[in-house]
Design a protein around this ligand. Sequence first.
Ligand code: UDP
Length: 388
Amino acid sequence: MPEAGNPSSAAFPNASTMKILTVIGARPQLVKAAVVSHEIQARQQAGTAVQELIVHTGQHFDKNMSDVFFDEMSIPRPHRMLALGGLSHGAMTGRMIEQIESVLVEERPDWMLVYGDTNSTMAGALAAVKLHIPVAHVEAGLRSWNRAMPEEINRVVTDHVSSLLFAPTDSAVANLKAEGIAGQQVVRTGDVMFDASLFYASKAVNLPLPAGVGNRPFALVTIHRAENTDDPKRLQAIVEALERASRAIHMVFPVHPRTRGALGRLGLLDRLEAIATLLDPVGYLEMVQLEKACTLVVTDSGGVQKEAYFFGKPCVTLRTETEWTELVEIGANVLVAPDDAQSIAQAIADGVQRTVDTSAQLYGDGHAAAHIVDQLLSNLHGSACTNP
Ligand code: UDP
């Protein structure tokens, strides 16, 4: 994979150049888009007439949640930076649609490329499809079957307006089929997050662990889902569980801004500080180092569940359902109700002893980004696609 880092600010060279407009906005999308942007740049350097235009919605905008990813992952700088973070779901999504629409009218790309399941994903997809610009969705077909999750709504809507659906797993393909989306527009590409973990783990190999982590065995903790942070009973149960589990293993916890706010309001930060190394959100390279060094992972993140598996670490997920069902089926991941402190503590203590078999290629061959760019290039205007 080539180095990529220069803002691709050059004007689009001529009308026959394929123009891909990518919308990103939240942390996990930066990780996913990084490898695809690198791949597009590699094709450009090899002489293919393709160019990517990146719009960042500003859903996550601060240094720890956005800037650091552009810097250390060599993601091309966005051509347009919107400032649409910190709003309610409706206001955020509505303003995103409006502002992305005006970029689309001006730029008239051949593809709208969106990632995952955030408000930025759905807004990009809706703005494009209404202008008859075909939408390609990376991480299509994921389902938690929990419509109370805002991410689930975003996934379902985006999949149903997309022309090209890049499904990371067999179960994602099956989910789409069950909803009547099948055939040539669904392509099982593997998972771009697997590509990213392979590429950036090799870049991070000599990086030290963040200050304060030390040499002792530790559980890596991340909690940020609104269902957990915005429910005081759940957040209290999670803190209680981590306190109990800290008798079995030390905790290292990069704290998402939303979680830090909620912990502070509930007076729970001091309790956590007494038993855990609390960090600000870390950059992706540091995160990869933590995932490689930890004994197990405790999370409610979608992406971190998979990264635990990529690095062979047992995972305890503080949710009652997951989109990444194959990890539960093979015993790599255990789901625990986030309001059940006793069961969480027990699952963490058990997890310390668990081993993970990573021999099945659940997430593809590590070249998902290349498969995605192949498909975009060979399917101008969302016309017929072929499965690889
Ligand atoms: N991540 C990171 N630093 C952190 C926490 C997470 O780089 O402090 C990365 C993580 O490795 C994964 C992505 O952010 O690649 C996951 O994002 P998040 O958990 O916010 O979203 P989700 O995957 O749940 O949508």
